[in-house]
Design a protein around this ligand. Structure first.
Ligand code: GUN
Length: 281
């Protein structure tokens, strides 16, 4: 029997309706939540992502500012903009779209964001709070994945979870959230020997590598939940994930499509984090 789809668009719609209500309540108190999105350079993919983030704010009653800069912007100029946004009372969340041009130290930039406005949850202080079980912000993509598991009432506690990919944006925080929810967690990375040996143990398999078809049907445990965080293009230029969806869907119990799976959830959880930041003010 083919897997059930976890529809990120549908779940996002439901969660965004709640976001809009909370945004309206804050606005009524004169505290409209506000997000600043900074894009440096002209990466086409990043342009689409930031446009979608700003549009989601507009559609749900959040104030948003999109600041676009040339790739030649200096690190000092970017740090100065962050400084200004840190003390802007209309702005509750600051998001600097990654990757940044090579001449800018992304680590330094993330550390310049006030932790209470770091809606990505990337600041070391927020990473530390997450690791010690007291998150201020959960990074948006892993947070969205947890909401997807919640939406199917999946019993995470005691489950074997395998995360493929160990990035600071997805893999590592994902592993922390799953661990906190009581899963036994394995993190695989690009040096992992015999990836399939690990993935076949997974009741919950989260794949976030940026490599098309890195997970094939024979690497999926029958009945598993397969969450595909990948965002790639196939040979025809069509959007696709990291999982061979066409075949893996006949083995998995649940699976997320690309597009229409994790992507919309990432943006939804960015809205949630911005609301949470505003509610704390
Ligand atoms: N680039 C890819 N994903 C993300 C994300 O979640 N946040 C930011 N700031 N940049 C990204």
């Amino acid at each position: 029997m083919p897997a059930q789809l976890i529809d990120g668009n549908l779940l996002s719609q439901q969660l965004r309706a709640e976001v809009a209500k909370r945004a309206a309540a804050l606005t009524a108190q004169g505290k409209q939540p506000g997000l600043a999105v900074i894009l440096v350079g002209d990466s086409p993919a990043s342009q689409v992502y930031v446009r979608n983030k700003v549009k989601a704010c507009q559609d749900n009653g959040l104030h948003s500012v999109l600041e676009k800069y040339e790739a030649s912007m200096t690190e000092a100029e970017l740090l100065a903009r962050i400084d200004a946004l840190n003390s802007d009372p209309k702005i509750n969340g600051i998001l600097v779209q990654l990757p940044l041009p090579a001449h800018i130290d992304a680590h330094k930039v993330i550390e310049a964001i006030a932790p209470e406005k770091d809606v990505d949850g990337f600041h070391v202080s927020n990473a530390g709070l997450l690791m010690t079980g007291q998150p201020l912000f959960r990074p948006c993509t892993p947070y969205g994945v947890m909401k997807m598991l919640e939406s199917i009432d999946y019993p995470v506690r005691g489950a074997n979870a395998v995360v493929v990919g160990a990035s600071n944006i997805v893999g590592k925080p994902q592993a922390m959230l799953l661990l906190q929810a009581g899963a036994t967690v394995t993190i695989c990375n690009s040096k992992t020997r015999d990836l399939g040996h690990h993935t076949r143990q997974a009741d919950i398999l989260v794949v976030a590598t940026g490599k098309r078809n890195i997970v094939t049907a024979d690497m999926v445990k029958p009945g598993a939940v397969v969450i595909d965080v990948g965002m790639n293009r196939d040979d025809n230029g069509k959007l696709c994930g990291d999982v061979d969806f066409a075949n893996a869907k006949d083995v998995a119990g649940w699976i997320t499509p690309v597009p229409g799976g994790v992507g919309p959830m990432t943006i939804t959880m960015l809205l949630v984090n911005t609301i949470e930041a505003a509610e704390r003010c």
